[in-house]
Ligand binder design. Sequence first.
Ligand SMILES: *[C@@H]1O[C@H](CO)[C@@H](O)[C@H](O)[C@H]1NC(C)=O
Ligand SMILES: *[C@@H]1O[C@H](CO)[C@@H](O)[C@H](O)[C@H]1NC(C)=O
Ligand SMILES: *[C@@H]1O[C@H](CO)[C@@H](O)[C@H](O)[C@H]1NC(C)=O
Ligand SMILES: *[C@@H]1O[C@H](CO)[C@@H](O)[C@H](O)[C@H]1NC(C)=O
Ligand SMILES: *[C@@H]1O[C@H](CO)[C@@H](O)[C@H](O)[C@H]1NC(C)=O
Length: 246
Amino acid sequence: MRAWLFFWVTALVHSATHSLVELRASDPVAAPCHSAITLHCNISEENDLKVGELTWIHKEMALCIVTKAGPVSLSPRVRCDYKPQAQLTLTISHLWPIDQGEYICRLWSNLGMKTKSTTVKVNECLGKLDTSSSTSEVGCHFQGVYPQGKVHWFHQGKNVTYDSVAANTSKANHKGMYNVTGALLTRGGSNKYNCSLWIPSTGVYLTSALVQAPKLEGRSGGKSSAVSVYTVGLGWLVVHTRTFLV
Ligand SMILES: *[C@@H]1O[C@H](CO)[C@@H](O)[C@H](O)[C@H]1NC(C)=O
Ligand SMILES: *[C@@H]1O[C@H](CO)[C@@H](O)[C@H](O)[C@H]1NC(C)=O
Ligand SMILES: *[C@@H]1O[C@H](CO)[C@@H](O)[C@H](O)[C@H]1NC(C)=O
Ligand SMILES: *[C@@H]1O[C@H](CO)[C@@H](O)[C@H](O)[C@H]1NC(C)=O
Ligand SMILES: *[C@@H]1O[C@H](CO)[C@@H](O)[C@H](O)[C@H]1NC(C)=O
């Protein structure tokens, strides 16, 4: 007798959980850094549905929750809108890398429990660039970078990354973005150096900038120092020619 009752209850719960109500979540999203995204969770129309609790969950944290008291946003970064018995939308107005991953919509109702999930991906992020230059070194400091990057250096079309002295990457900040720093020894030439931000995981140069090295004091840069080497050579030749003549 008890076994029969148990069977009945199980069957009821089973049918409630698996067929009576459907959820539809937005398709997976891949959006630019700093953009706005909206995720929908739509509930199929059911005549006698009573929503107990409806939630958007990310990284095991409820971001939007609807109870009898109405919708509540549990993060200052998201907006939650609820159409009773029909839809819960979650809006992130300023997307950051930490927002990536799976989002689960979960419904508890008189017709059982149901979940549906979708994913969010953030494309490359790039913030501010600062450059620096001294007579011996040029540097680039990229802020707000995602994914993790490296600085490569070019000079007159040649890859001179092997001359770089500081390749530095910070830990990710609270938004999930990195600072990437690089510096290059210039060997005193007054020239433009190209610093390019390489993103290993995507295999592209995200951006680049030209950094002008300052002229050396007392001299007038690379070209004239090359000329002076030539003059010294010629002087050596003149001196030795004389020696030979004597
Ligand atoms: C949810 O419903 C809205 C209309 O209320 C519609 O614009 C949207 O495309 C629907 N989303 C899904 C995933 O069904
Ligand atoms: C430039 O040099 C760096 C370090 O040697 C290397 O990793 C990178 O692939 C090179 N880039 C190009 C475009 O040649
Ligand atoms: C690397 O970054 C850290 C933290 O920003 C800084 O303290 C350190 O001086 C940097 N090193 C170089 C070689 O730039
Ligand atoms: C990135 O660089 C900026 C400016 O130099 C600094 O204020 C910030 O703290 C750095 N962030 C990290 C995560 O190191
Ligand atoms: C710097 O070098 C890279 C790689 O060769 C190139 O794609 C980019 O256009 C250059 N940038 C500038 C500002 O010259």
